[in-house]
Design a protein around this ligand. Structure first.
Ligand code: FMN
Ligand code: SF4
Length: 608
């Protein structure tokens, strides 16, 4: 039996396996912080998906400075308790241990309203808001808030409460000498810097009672100049365990190193896995290893070899709610894989509800699906991500689906992008799609570009993409040799920037031209941290604020912008005979992978 599949007992709580849903702010709460049906159904799906422990996302503790986001959950007030009770019950009824993370955001407050508070008036990054230095009385009030929040969570029925002591939030800011320069009893020596977190642990214990578990999310390394490393954190782990912490959830980093803490597909996996064992040895309590442990062999090894007792995953379980069930049943190939695009993270940091680029059902678990009145013969034209999602959704709803694709295989632009060495997560998604289409009995017709009249179907979904007015990214990816040695890529959107990067690594002389002052909106905050360095290393000349002038450019021009929807034939021809015709993906104006998959999903639902 796989080590990940083995049950575990702790303090009278039974964990059915070793997989944990890591806290991940999904942003489905009401503006006052209360639980909504969207929150409940999202977490119910993860618990039903077989995970042993669900740790509900960071939840704020007071109505002042503890809240990082507007759509965050709160445990700051008794009015929150009934909703939290429904949430805990939904998780437990589905067989998981119900956990929730309490967190005070401290200096890393994303919402614009004051106050921003911290141990010392040090912004989390240069140029960010200077926090108010907490007074001794205010510290005492925050400690009390944790006790009260703990009392509410116990009343609501949670089995475990995790303290967010990592990632640069308030508790971590007190621990870390780079962010805590106080000279009173809460700063200076290691003992003083630990005082506030220990007071919070004890207060929480008083609030939740003896029978419930406390987990503490702790860095193994702050990855910060002047921050703490694994040796210091081993000592801290020992102290918090002695103060009553039952589980240590090992992570690393702060907002300053977001790209290392939540790595995009460009960067390696598992940056903090090596900290689990030293923390476990020092603390003498069970630990959860975390941080982009997407490789299931590594997850298995960490538990089997005793580095960790549990492994948590955030984004992979966002992408596939049933991941744990599939691991336990030895069906890993059926997992819809997270590709580390960080669309979910960009939405959270931008104050929007979280949705997933590869799974349109995530966050929509509460939406009732329209009834299927009759099984229909459905043709989907174009097997890019929009067409694939449309075909899978239609087939899951019982329709008989044929998916037509002009190229030799599925994937469209995704398949081309999968050739880029720094997009190493895409091949796995393509393999998943191939398998899922087969299992869903979707009839796949590749190298097929049927005229409307020859398609025998009652409903059609056109997902035929877009066409560039000149040489586009598609052609460039297909045949980089044909571009010659000097290339100008127009448009610093994700596609353009990644193409320029790749061509640069092929030792071509590449210029990336962008009319605006910065990357396009679809380049998310993490990509913005990585791409400038990558482009510079590949010796790509990047020209912002530069209008593209065809007469000025030497070499081949590749247009990463200005593509037009491509529809094969007239819509009237497709509608002949009263057929229902829906559009999805770029031919319907959708942008980026999340736009493609979501529009494919919605088009399939419109079929009824
Ligand atoms: C959108 C988003 C929200 C997150 N929210 C939290 C949170 O509430 N608390 C927390 O400790 N970590 C949070 N994290 C970090 C994750 O728990 C996890 O450490 C990180 O995403 C890397 O692991 P993964 O590759 O398994 O996602 C968040 C990550 C993402 C992407
Ligand atoms: S949006 Fe992207 S990073 Fe986030 S869970 Fe989905 S695939 Fe993973």
């Amino acid at each position: 039996m796989s080590a990940l599949a083995q049950a575990f007992e702790l303090g009278g709580h039974r964990f059915r396996n070793r997989l944990v849903q890591a806290p991940m702010c999904a942003m489905y709460a009401a503006p006052d912080g209360s639980v909504t049906p969207q929150v409940i159904e999202y977490y119910r799906a993860r618990a039903l998906g077989g995970v042993a422990l669900v740790i509900v996302e960071i939840t704020f503790t007071d109505r002042l400075g503890s809240r990082a986001f507007h759509a965050q959950l709160g445990a700051h007030d008794d009015t929150m308790t009934p909703g939290l009770g429904e949430l805990a019950a939904a998780i437990k009824d589905a067989g998981a241990v119900a956990g929730l993370q309490l967190g005070h955001c401290g200096p890393q407050r994303v919402v614009a309203e004051p106050p921003v508070v911290a141990p010392s008036p040090i912004p989390w990054a240069p140029g960010k808001r200077v926090p108010h230095e907490l007074t001794i009385e205010e510290i005492a009030a925050i400690v009390d808030d944790h006790r009260e929040a703990g009392r509410r969570l116990a009343q609501a029925g949670f089995d475990l409460v995790e303290l967010h002591g990592a990632h640069g939030y308030l508790l971590n800011a007190f621990l870390c000498p780079a962010t805590n320069t106080r000279t009173d009893r809460y700063g200076g020596s290691p003992e003083n810097r630990l005082r506030f977190p220990l007071e919070v642990v004890r207060a929480l214990r008083a609030g939740i009672g003896a029978k419930r578990l406390i987990s503490f999310r702790l860095n193994g390394d702050d990855l910060l100049p002047g921050g703490l490393g694994i040796d210091a954190y081993r000592g801290i782990a020992r102290e918090i365990a002695q103060a009553g912490v039952d589980i240590v959830h090992v992570s690393g980093g702060t907002y300053r190193v977001m790209e290392r803490r939540i790595p995009p597909m460009y960067l390696p996996e598992a940056p903090f896995a090596a900290y689990a064992r030293p923390i476990r040895e020092a603390a003498g309590v069970p630990v959860i290893a975390s941080g982009t442990i997407h490789d299931l062999d590594l997850a298995e090894r960490l538990v089997r070899e005793g580095d960790a007792d549990f492994v948590s995953m955030a984004r992979p379980m966002f992408a596939d709610a049933a991941l744990a069930q599939k691991v336990v049943a030895n069906r890993a190939a059926d997992i819809r894989p997270c590709i580390r695009c960080n669309t979910c993270l960009a939405r959270e940091q931008g104050g929007l509800r979280g949705y997933c680029a590869v799974n349109p059902r995530t966050g929509r678990e509460h939406e009732a699906l329209p009834p299927v009145l009759r099984r229909k013969r459905v043709a989907v034209i174009g097997a890019g991500p929009a067409g694939i999602e449309a075909a899978l959704t239609a087939a899951a709803r019982g329709h008989a689906v044929t998916l037509y694709e002009r190229a030799i295989g599925i994937g469209g632009q995704l398949a081309l992008a999968a050739r880029l060495p720094f997009k190493s997560t895409l091949p796995r998604l393509l393999r998943y799609y191939e398998r899922a289409l087969e299992q869903a009995n979707v009839k796949l017709e590749c190298e097929s570009d049927p005229p409307p009249a020859s398609v025998d179907a009652e409903a059609i979904i056109l997902a035929t993409g877009s066409r560039s007015p000149g040489v586009g990214c598609t052609e460039a990816l297909r045949n980089p040799e044909a571009l010659g040695e000097r290339i100008t890529v127009v448009g610093a959107n994700t596609r353009g920037a990644e193409l320029a990067w790749w061509l640069g690594t092929l030792a071509k002389r590449v210029t990336l031209v962008e009319r605006d002052a910065d990357f396009d909106d679809d380049v998310n905050l993490i990509q913005r941290l990585v791409l400038p360095g990558a482009l510079a290393e590949a010796q790509v000349r990047v020209l912002f604020n530069t209008e593209f002038a065809p007469e000025r450019e030497a070499g081949t021009v590749v247009l990463a912008c200005g593509a037009e929807p491509e529809l094969p034939g007239s819509l009237d021809a497709w509608r002949a005979g009263g057929r229902q015709v829906e559009l999805a993906g770029e031919c319907a104006g959708a942008r980026a992978l999340i736009g493609a998959t979501t529009s494919g999903y919605r088009a399939a639902l419109r079929l009824g």
